[in-house]
Design a binder for this molecule. Sequence first.
Ligand code: NDP
Length: 397
Amino acid sequence: MSKVLIIGAGGVGTVVAHKVAQNPDVFSEVMIASRTKSKCDAVVKAIGNPAIRTAKVDADNVEELTALFNDFRPEIVINVALPYQDLTIMEACLKAGVNYLDTANYEPKDVAHFEYSWQWAYKKRFEEAGLTAILGCGFDPGVSGIYTAYAAKHHFDEIQYLDIVDCNAGNHHKAFATNFNPEINIREITQNGRYYENGQWVTTQPLEIHKSLTYPNIGPRDSYLLYHEELESLVKNFPTIKRARFWMTFGQEYLTHLRVIQNIGMARIDEVEYNGMKIVPLQFLKAVLPNPQDLGENYDGETSIGCRIRGLKDGKERTYYVYNNCSHQEAYRETGMQGVSYTTGVPAMIGAMMYLKGLWKRPGVWNVEEFDPDPFMEQLNKQGLPWHEVFDGDLEV
Ligand code: NDP
């Protein structure tokens, strides 16, 4: 018997719920809990399995979470609410003796800043409680780290250069929309860029560095250097890395809208006074933008995310590119959600499966690349995110 509790019923939560339901041999009892219970009920209806339970929970509230955990008694919680809730959910896991998995690292609400220190600080407490916490188990972070661990295990003696490349070549036919929670997405993209080189972090202006990269089955796309959270854990866990960067594609139309949003103050995350009440402009913007969960129906094209790696094997330099392409339409047909939610939700389910099968069970707080990548890579091929490899090609980076 393995009970799983999914927290969050957004785009990613919906995909996790579908994939968990497709694997009843591993997940024998399932509950979806979120701020708005009707959204959890709608997910259960779409899956068509009334045995899946639902509940309302405020994941900012440790007591409420602990009460829910004590009542349902899950073995593991899959946290696909927002990064703001990571620490409260981890606290409640410790109180109720539940294992933990998430897809995005903690961010305080009032500063757009992400780093692992807050969550890594829980390592000793999870160790002492005999509980496992798996951090960043979506696609990126998530599969990007697993690809790197797989490359290190099988194809390199020393990884020296790592470039994570994330392309969304899909078209949702809206003038402007974000592919996941708009507030989290815009906070991430409008920050300074940052990459790791020769033991130091180099900071750039937001979207300052860009180049054209060619993606399989897609072609060349302008790709922008961003800071992304997995870089922090990967350079720590693979200390031979000399340079690590993260690239994401954006179209000109998207960037123009983003610039306007910033210039007119709508990307602000501080409170402003409006008609006698306090509002946060970015949260207000979220309320009027298209809901990422509604993009799926008309979304065509595909995503392509991978790792381009250069390093040494048997004293010789080699390159390696491992990637997945995911079709928005196929993701929608299977789960009712677009490819970005799909590529995040499938790995989150597989991570929980790894824990429940005892393959990734290790008390403490871990990033995904610290576990054996092989059984996870095997499941990616089975669960809808097959991967492909190119050896000794031109990495362009
Ligand atoms: P959504 O905004 O679509 O969904 C978030 C869900 O969490 C909603 O159901 C929301 O409830 C719920 N929620 C928010 N606050 C609370 C709270 N205080 N208590 C209970 N429930 C709450 O986001 P996505 O599904 O797009 O993203 C989910 C997570 O996945 C995010 O953390 C995001 O950063 C991460 N992500 C990771 C990626 C990766 O590759 N690693 C890629 C994409 C996303 P309500 O519906 O009531 O608002």
